[in-house]
Structure formats: C-alpha cells, structure tokens
Design a protein around this ligand. Structure first.
Ligand code: SF4
Length: 219
C-alpha cells in the first residue's frame, strides 16, 4: 500500500508517537505545542547541524545537510539533519560526483542515548525514505547525542523496520479518525514538553482530549 501525498504525516512526529501517542496527537492532530528547555536545546542542536553549506565534500565523504525526504510507502515526509554519502562499491551514483556512494543518515539529538526506540525509529524512517528515493538499501546510520557528544550506531534490523511499520500505521489510523488517546501517567510525563497542556493526572478523569478537559473544567 502507498499513501497519497496529501495524507503524508510529519516524519519528526514518529519520535513523538513512540514517546507517547497522546503527545503526538496533541501536537499533530490537535496542533497544540509547548516548548520546554529540552525541546529548545534540541532545536538549537538541529539548527547547528543544518548550519553552513548544504553540501560539503571531504575526501571519501559527501555531506548533505537538511535533506528533504519522503516515503509513499510509509506516508511520511520530513528532513534529515545530515546524510553522509560514503564511497562504496555497493553505493549509488550521484550526479556531479564520480564513483559510487552509500547513504548514511545521521540525526542530532540533545541529551543521552535512550532505552526506548523513539530516536532509532525516527532514524530508521529517514533510512526507509532514502531507500525509496534512491533505490538502494541502507543497513545502518547514527544518532549523535549532545551530552556525551558521541555517535550511537543504529542497525536497521527487520525488527526495527517492523516496529516502524506498526508505529506509522497506528499514526495514520489515529490521524484519519482525528483521535487523541487518553493520558496514561508515567515517569516520562516529567520530561514531556506538553505536560501543562496534557495535564495527565486530571485529563485521565475528563475524557481523551485536552479540549474536552478544558470544556469540562470550564463547565
Ligand atoms: S504528559 Fe504524559 S500522558 Fe501527557 S502527553 Fe506527555 S507523556 Fe503523554
């Protein structure tokens, strides 16, 4: 199955959905947003990653910044912070650059590596977009975390790809129904960028959307 362009969702929403489906729905379905120090730090890191030239060549490496990507199979579109093209006999040809080049997506993140797969899923989605656009296969990419200033290598295994498919399907299903799931208060609510909109403790008692909560509260 492929999605129509008008039904594409934002690729960056995958990490929101994997973190908490309600957070994703509040941001992407209800279009509510709030920036905290975590998201502000992340935004600054992305701006740095996107700064300077959009394309740079360093020896056996071509670096593309802020590369627009999309996938009809996933029904998502977005931007890669950085895609490195490494010289490889298994690569693809790039106009203006002799030889063959293998794409390698790199996503910049604030903080440390996480136990959950939020960031890995987002990176994997970028790889699937690049595979579809460039007719190639990408085995791995990297997440660059700001606190240790280190790269974490991510393998795009069948398990991770399967998890990505399920996540994106669930996002499309919720988006088509314009549905916001109920709050499930967990430890991660502490670092949630929209906890003041979600009000997890209260909204559990007042239906499944912040709007409904506000209406109930006003009544
Ligand atoms: S506060 Fe908790 S339940 Fe509400 S959106 Fe954030 S993570 Fe989800």
């Amino acid at each position: 199955m492929t999605y129509r362009e008008e039904d594409y969702l934002l690729l960056s929403g995958i990490q929101h959905y994997a973190f908490c489906p309600r957070q994703w729905a509040l941001i992407h379905v209800e279009e509510q947003w709030s920036e905290n120090y975590l998201t502000a730090g992340g935004r600054i890191m992305h701006t740095k990653a996107h700064g300077g030239n959009d394309v740079e060549k360093r020896g056996g490496l071509i670096i593309f910044r802020a590369l627009k990507v999309r996938s009809a199979e996933l029904g998502v579109s977005g931007e890669c912070d950085v895609v490195e093209f490494r010289k490889s006999k298994n690569g693809i040809s790039l106009r203006g650059y002799p030889g063959l080049w293998l794409p390698y997506p790199v996503e910049y993140k604030r903080g440390k590596t996480k136990l959950d797969d939020c960031d890995r899923l987002q990176l994997c989605a970028q790889a699937v977009c690049l595979e579809e656009m460039l007719c190639t296969k990408i085995e791995e990419g990297a997440l660059f975390y700001g606190e240790p200033r280190k790269r974490e290598i991510v393998s795009f295994t069948p398990v991770l790809r399967g998890e990505l498919d399920k996540t994106v399907q669930a996002m499309h299903e919720l988006f088509s129904r314009k549905h916001t799931p109920e709050a499930v208060k967990k430890k991660h609510c502490q670092s949630c960028s929209i906890k003041d909109i979600c009000l997890p403790g209260l909204s559990q008692k007042s239906g499944n959307s912040a709007k409904k909560y506000m209406e109930a509260h006003i009544e």
